[in-house]
Design a protein around this ligand. Structure first.
Ligand code: FNR
Length: 181
């Protein structure tokens, strides 16, 4: 079964550890799963006034990409024990679209930190926010990658245990999508 997955990355910097982890996922994905990162850095801050003539093009394009996808992966660091504004903003835009692209969407949350807690509080804030949107969150062992700086090298995850763990989590996402038919 072919599956299209959209990835959202909650860090904008070029050397982002989150981006390096997210960009390793396609090579860890089960057969048939295609993962494409969506661009969220150009979205304006959510403002109802900007929707006076309909949703602006950039947020609507993101909503369309998510609507057309079979699943979603939200990858993020942790800022001040929460979720960075850039990812919350993207979710806020999509959540207010009338076709509710997030509703029922199998969704995997992945956080990372160079520190010892793996961004677990960001992970749980994302879980809280996304649960309101109706996204079908993949539960079970959280993906909260600790000491991420030691697990990534030149743009890829090199740590074998982390790679195996993520491959298993992508399989669980695939199972959730298959169950939906
Ligand atoms: C951080 N960082 C951080 N790390 C953490 O584990 N818990 C936290 O609460 C915070 N808070 C925080 C706030 C702000 C404003 C910044 C810029 C950073 C450190 C953060 O985990 C580290 O910079 C990561 O490398 C950021 O992820 P990317 O950009 O590498 O993907």
């Amino acid at each position: 079964m072919r599956m299209k997955i959209v990835g959202l990355i909650g860090s904008l910097r070029a050397g982002s550890l989150t981006r390096q982890i997210m960009e390793t996922l396609p090579e860890l994905a089960p057969d048939g799963m295609e993962i494409t990162m969506a661009q969220i850095d150009h979205l304006p801050f959510y403002n109802e006034d900007l929707k006076a003539d309909g949703t602006p093009e950039d947020p609507r394009r993101l909503a369309d990409a998510i609507a057309a996808a079979d699943g979603l992966i939200v990858g993020s660091p942790e800022y001040n024990r929460s979720t960075p504004a850039v990812i919350k903003n993207a979710i806020d835009w999509v959540s207010k679209e009338p076709d509710r692209p997030l509703s029922g969407k199998p969704t995997l949350i992945a956080t990372q930190s160079p520190g010892a807690l793996g961004g677990i509080l960001s992970n749980y804030h994302l879980r809280q926010v996304l649960s309101v949107t109706g996204a079908e969150l993949i539960t079970g062992p959280e993906i909260a990658i600790i000491r991420s700086g030691e697990k990534v090298e030149t743009g890829k995850i090199v740590d074998a245990d982390t790679r195996d763990f993520l491959a298993g989590q992508l399989e669980r996402l695939a199972e959730a999508i298959r169950r939906k038919g």
